[in-house]
Design a protein around this ligand. Structure first.
Ligand code: PHE
Length: 388
């Protein structure tokens, strides 16, 4: 007991010390607060997506506040983050985003991860004239919802190209099967793009099978795929389903590599799939083992704060928040329109996941990385540059 108490007292003193250091000496003392919203799958079958993104955003918020806050048109504000759970359900997005805007009065919205959820949240932001930046929704149509909607990640027309190019040029495989989630905008869009590019590179699609998120038995689809002898199966799904699929495929004696998109990015995948995922690949927005300074600095800061290696979602959450703060500092005011104009003008912003320039479609154009499961780890395997 006594040890615990004295530890708590010491922790309290340490915190007080930090607060004392951070206050008046810094000069510019923020007087008011600006709220920003984050809608995310904090629970549910994609819970690691929301939690990682939220951690990344929190890290960025704490850093900007530690520097004194954000100065908009000569006035300095502290940033307050309001995060709300969508459970990863598209049908929750409208209510959650409406609440963030009308009740919490957030000036900008970050989120969602899953494209199907962003597609429901975006029209609400657009209708209220509040800018939204999705860190990680890659479906092409998300930013088409209106001129208030931005993203800091690449889009699936490119991600599909990157996966096809890797399978064809790097793995030298020409016969692919597809297993996709027919209810997810992300999965359907990425599947179509992969097929288009893989075929145009001279590859063949031998089978195309569908599932619905949350299913438990994939044997029927996998058996049909097995009959067509593919050299690789492309699975543009989310990690919970992919873990089950990989285990069931191996049980059916299917040993070919599985290839996926960014939706595989969760430590839960390998935890649940175990050896079934060995020798598999997926495309992502960054790899924490890339030796660049921006990445290594971020990884160590994140590790210190949260423990564990940040996934792509954490990096994109961090980047989305920093793009927003950078825009705020350039904005004429904190009105939705002025914030929007400043975000739209983002050029060559040096982020963790690459250099971000927002194009006229309000998207970012960046390279993709392919990671490989090898020796019990995901390791950087290749970078695929955008087609220009
Ligand atoms: N790109 C996915 C989508 O649009 C979401 C995602 C991004 C998942 C990054 C994992 C990592 O639905």
């Amino acid at each position: 007991m006594r040890t615990l108490r004295s530890r708590l007292v010491r922790a309290g003193l340490a915190l007080a010390g930090v607060a004392a250091l951070a206050s008046p000496a810094c000069g510019r003392q923020p007087t008011e607060t600006i709220k920003i919203g984050h809608y995310a799958s904090l629970t549910g079958s994609e819970a690691t997506f929301g939690k990682s993104t939220d951690n990344g955003i929190r890290l960025a918020v704490d850093e900007v506040n530690a520097k004194g806050g954000v100065t908009i048109a000569g006035k300095t504000y502290k940033i307050e983050l309001v995060s709300d759970d969508t459970e990863g359900k598209p049908e929750k997005a409208g209510t959650v985003v409406t609440k963030l805007i009308t009740k919490d009065k957030v000036k900008a919205v970050l989120g969602e991860v899953a494209s199907s959820v962003s597609l429901q949240g975006a029209p609400v932001c657009q209708a209220y004239g509040v800018p939204m930046i999705t860190p990680s929704s890659t479906n092409y149509t998300v930013t088409q919802k209106g001129n208030m909607i931005f993203r800091v990640c690449f889009i699936d027309p490119f991600q599909g190209f990157a996966c096809a190019k890797f399978a064809k040029d790097e793995l030298k495989l020409t016969k692919a099967a597809i297993l996709f989630d027919q209810a997810a905008a992300y999965s359907v869009g990425l599947k179509d793009e992969f097929i288009k590019h893989f075929k145009s590179m001279g590859g063949t699609i031998v089978s195309e099978q569908a599932y619905t998120k949350g299913a438990s038995d994939f044997n029927a689809q996998l058996t049909r795929i097995r009959e067509t002898n593919p050299e690789v199966i492309f699975i543009p799904g989310y990690y919970s389903d992919v873990a089950k699929i990989s285990i069931q495929a191996r049980k059916l004696g299917m040993t070919m590599p599985l290839l996926g998109g960014d939706g595989w990015d969760s430590e839960e995948l390998a935890k649940n799939a175990g050896e079934a995922i060995d020798g598999c690949f997926y495309s992502n927005h960054y790899a924490p083992d890339q030796p660049t300074e921006a990445i290594q600095t971020f990884v160590s800061k994140y590790q210190q704060r949260f423990g564990g290696i940040p996934d792509g979602l954490a990096a994109l959450g961090y980047d989305a928040a920093n793009v927003l703060f950078d825009a705020m500092a350039r904005a004429k005011s904190h009105s939705g329109k002025d914030l929007r104009d400043a975000i739209a003008a983002t050029k060559n912003f040096k982020a963790v996941t690459g250099t971000i320039t927002i194009n006229d479609q309000r998207d970012a154009v960046k390279p993709a990385v392919i990671v490989e499961r090898k020796g019990g780890k995901w390791a950087f395997r290749a970078a695929i540059e955008p087609q220009r």
